[in-house]
Design a protein around this ligand. Structure first.
Ligand code: GLV
Length: 325
């Protein structure tokens, strides 16, 4: 008998076919959003689950699903997993790092550029038929080339954003991180380590790529926003909860900062109405990794973690490898 796994959301049919070679698969190609009770009911008898980042795995769920052995997230972020609870229950957690680094950095840079150059706002103006003459100050934004780029969170994606800024646009890159990079890595991305306040005060454009946790909740709140230059822009490609959205919306509405580009939101897919009402924001629906090759690579990695662990005891990208011991 093949082991049983659950795929919690709709996914590429080729990934389901690959999983079906090794497992009994319960899929969700209708892409229903299950509540906790239904998710737990469907997990009964399953040894593995393929999650996509929105499914909460916590102590209560683990207690109700004693056969579960692995949760494979098709996302690099894993704030939907309670890792200590999973480790205590002996359940392996895996994520999908690396394969989305460059694609997500591309989107971060896209938002930076669209925000600095007011792309959404000017396109809306044009589409509304309001463009009837040229004027010298129409949609003037801020320069990207040669400007100071501040990166908060200098992991793989942060470094990929830094490379784009330094090598593609001649930007001065400063960064702040829990731990400083070694000198060779700093040199390779042309970045200078600064304190958090200095980063907010000096940067013309800020990109947030910090992993989300209770400690990083509202890393950017009224205080940090007050440090920003009046023309500065801020981009969030990490998790919505990194920014106090109410404080950000207030600063944007008052014109105290230049603009914001947001791909992630505190209560997504619900978006704070105060942000929706603003013109100086560029908003995208959590599409950082959304290219076909990258989403395919992420899905393959999650599937390979299920196969590697359940068939051979060897997951590719474990988050709590201690449960393997
Ligand atoms: C997307 O947000 C991810 O964590 O992969």
């Amino acid at each position: 008998m093949k082991p049983s796994v659950l795929v919690a959301r709709a996914i590429f049919p080729a990934i389901l076919d690959k999983l079906a070679e090794h497992f009994e698969v319960e899929a969700n190609q209708a892409d229903a959003i299950w509540g906790k009770a239904e998710f737990m009911a469907r997990l009964q008898g399953k040894v593995g689950v393929f999650t996509t980042g929105g499914e909460r795995i916590d102590a209560e769920l683990l207690l109700g699903c004693p056969q579960l052995r692995i949760c494979a997230n098709m996302a690099v972020g894993y704030n939907n997993f309670d890792i200590p609870a999973m480790t205590a229950a002996g359940v392996l957690a895996t994520n999908a790092p690396d394969v989305l680094t460059e694609t997500t950095a591309d989107l971060g840079f896209t938002l930076l550029m669209a925000t600095a150059r007011r792309v959404s706002e000017s396109e809306a103006f044009l589409r509304a038929g309001l463009w009837n003459k040229w004027s010298y100050d129409m949609f003037t934004g801020s320069d990207i080339h040669g400007a100071t780029l501040g990166i908060l969170g200098m992991g793989r994606i942060g470094q990929a954003v830094a490379r784009r800024g330094a090598h593609g646009f001649g930007m001065q890159v400063i960064y702040h991180n829990r731990s400083r990079l070694d000198a060779a890595t700093e040199a390779s991305v042309n970045a200078r380590y600064v304190g958090k306040e200095e980063l907010f005060r000096q940067a013309d454009h800020i990109v947030l790529v910090v992993p989300y946790s209770a400690e990083s909740h509202h890393t950017v709140a009224a205080n940090e926003i007050a440090w920003m230059k009046p023309s500065a822009t801020i981009v969030n490609i990490g998790r919505g909860g990194l920014i106090d959205e109410a404080a950000l919306a207030e600063a944007l509405a008052a014109g105290r900062i230049g603009g914001a580009g947001l791909d992630v939101f505190e209560g997504e897919p619900r978006v704070n109405p105060a942000l929706l009402a603003l013109k100086n924001v560029v908003l995208t629906p959590h599409i950082g990794s959304a290219t076909v090759p990258t989403r395919m690579a992420m899905a393959n990695l999650a599937a390979d973690n299920l196969i590697g662990f359940l068939l051979h005891g060897k997951p590719l990208t474990p988050l709590n490898a201690q449960v393997l011991a």
